[in-house]
Design a protein around this ligand. Structure first.
Ligand code: ZN
Ligand code: ZN
Length: 258
């Protein structure tokens, strides 16, 4: 599997990090997670059309995770030439309860032309999931777990070859630990250093405790706020005694192949 951390930061852009977003590629299966700000632009940088992505998963409705949902809804109506699309494949979105309403607000209330003239309501398929939901997609299985952050969900993605867990935003959460036990790759938020914690997020010390319980082969720290600048080695130091195969402090466009 190839994992691309398209967005490794917060809503505050820096040279290295902006927004949240992942791309998982396993053979012919492509999964998008959290179309945060800049998601479509990062895909463009890879020379990749969003239309090649089978399903988009959303962890929660904070702007650094869903800001590119509106342009995604709109561009789906066009083909590669910018002509009205004849592709009948639907834009498939999976996310927490309220996702249908969010799409409706964007496409029918905030920007009604998306539905009225572009037929967005006909080409979008939304699946709302709850804690413990299992989804069997082509070539990949997904499991959702509720986490402590707004309406947050974490996801575990499994293929026949490997398993990847993405925390989304969250406080350290036992439900996430249960979901992630024994996974190959744990991609976990590490928003703030311990002494500068704000909101329902995870620090480097908390991340180390979680990783000690979960014991992934590869740990990827992501969702770093700009306050981490110059302090990032503290994350590596915090987890250095755990004997993990690999620790990655994500930047935008970090690629992990497993
Ligand atoms: Zn959030
Ligand atoms: Zn966030």
């Amino acid at each position: 599997m190839k994992i691309v951390v398209l967005g490794s930061g917060s809503i505050v852009p820096t040279a290295e990090r902006f927004g949240s977003g992942l791309l998982l590629e396993d053979w012919s299966v492509k999964i998008g997670v959290d179309p945060g700000p800049g998601y479509l632009e990062k895909l463009r940088g890879l020379g990749m059309s969003p239309k090649t992505i089978d399903t988009f998963f959303i962890t929660h409705f904070h702007l650094d995770h869903v800001a590119d949902l509106s342009p995604l809804l709109m561009m789906w109506a066009y083909d590669e030439q910018g002509m009205p699309s004849k592709n009948t494949r639907k834009l498939k979105l999976v996310g927490p309860q309220g996702l249908s309403r969010l799409v409706e607000i964007i496409a029918s209330e905030a920007f009604p032309y998306l539905s009225k003239t572009m037929g967005c309501d006909r080409y979008t398929f939304v699946e709302e999931v709850e804690d413990g939901a299992h989804l069997q997609l082509e070539g990949i299985k997904a499991v959702a777990a509720k986490v402590e952050h707004f309406n947050g969900l974490a996801y575990r993605f499994e293929t026949s070859r490997c398993s990847v867990v993405f925390s989304g935003d969250t406080l350290p959460d036992e439900r996430l630990v249960k979901l992630a036990k024994g996974c190959d790759v744990l991609i976990h938020e590490c928003s703030f250093p311990r002494e500068k914690m704000v909101g329902k997020h995870t620090s480097e010390e908390q991340l180390a405790r979680l990783a000690a319980e979960i014991r992934p082969r590869i740990l990827v720290a992501t969702h770093l706020y700009p306050v981490w600048r110059g302090l990032e080695e503290r994350i590596e130091k915090a987890v250095s005694g755990l004997g993990l195969e690999r620790v990655v402090i994500a930047r935008d466009m970090t690629i992990i192949e497993i």
